[in-house]
Design a protein around this ligand. Structure first.
Ligand code: CUA
Length: 285
């Protein structure tokens, strides 16, 4: 299906040192911000280590038999107060712009409700008919909507997503990361997630998409996702939620709905059980 070498990179690797390959603009922003911070980190560590080393060499008791008695240096104190403040401001500017851009909901074509349970996730697609009509329109394929949807029935589609246990997992699958029903998202589409929980606090997190949002009972948290490329992106519940906390993984499947990246055979073997199956089946029938 996806012969690209980056296809399998939506998960952590053994001995991995850095971030996963970003698959959304938000994650790219996070990676870039990390690099920005690293510049200041290296400069500060270098400078402090140098000053410390020079102090040890020049001002030890062997080099200075008679201690120096200076206790105040007004100019120096002003500099070492102002300078860190300036550095903090320089860090705050990209930090806040990233923070607020992550909060931004860009007119979503698709809204998906994510519900955490002890111990699985469920996904709810609201009013799919209209959403997909919009999506086709966006791709300049309005005429196709008549062909795809014979009626206007826009019911809610809900399904549960359970981890595939080790016993059931096929060898190619990732241990403790695979689920029976993945979350299929169209690539290059603004998707809104409404995240909540049916019992305790969970957290819906997918590192390569730069998403980590708490699922709180009685509360609806909102975030948005823009998947940039086709692929499988793995995540895990990231809030201690009980004995099976470690066994409610998340799998997001980025689908190139209207491109050449997908074929019906591969969709079948992936066992799509969501709305997308309906959509793609119609596409290839
Ligand atoms: Cu659900 Cu941890």
């Amino acid at each position: 299906m996806f012969s690209n070498s980056y296809f399998d990179l939506g998960m952590a690797k053994a001995w991995q040192f850095g971030f996963q390959i970003p698959a959304s603009p938000v994650m790219e922003g996070i990676v870039n911000f990390h690099h920005d911070l690293f510049f200041f980190l290296v400069v500060i560590i270098g400078f402090v280590a140098y000053v410390l080393w020079r102090s040890i060499v020049l001002f030890n008791s062997d080099a200075n038999k008679v201690p120096y008695v200076v206790t105040h240096a007004a100019a120096l104190e002003i500099i070492w107060t102002i300078l860190p403040a300036v550095i903090l401001v320089l860090i705050a500017i990209p930090s806040f712009s990233l923070l607020y851009s992550m909060d931004e909901i860009v007119e979503p074509l698709l809204t998906i409700k994510v519900i955490g349970h002890q111990w699985y996730w469920s996904y709810e697609f609201v009013n799919p008919y209209y959403l997909y009509k919009d999506m086709l329109k966006l791709h300049g394929l309005s005429d196709l909507s008549k062909q795809f949807f014979s009626d206007d029935s826009g019911s809610v589609i809900t399904y549960d997503s359970y981890m595939i246990s080790n016993d059931d997992a096929v060898s190619r699958e990732q241990r403790l990361l695979e689920v029976d029903n993945k979350l299929y998202l169209p690539v290059e589409t603004n998707v809104r997630l409404l995240v909540t929980s049916a019992d305790v606090i969970h957290s819906w997190a997918v590192p390569s998409l730069g998403v980590k949002i708490d699922a709180c009972p009685g509360r609806l948290n909102q975030t948005s996702i823009f998947v940039k490329r086709p692929g499988i992106f793995y995540g895990q519940c990231s809030e201690i939620c009980g004995v099976n906390h470690g066994f409610m993984p998340i799998v997001v499947f980025g689908l190139d709905l209207l491109g050449d990246g997908t074929s019906l055979d591969s969709i079948k073997t992936e066992g799509v059980s969501s709305l997308y199956f309906f959509f793609l089946k119609k596409k290839y029938d």
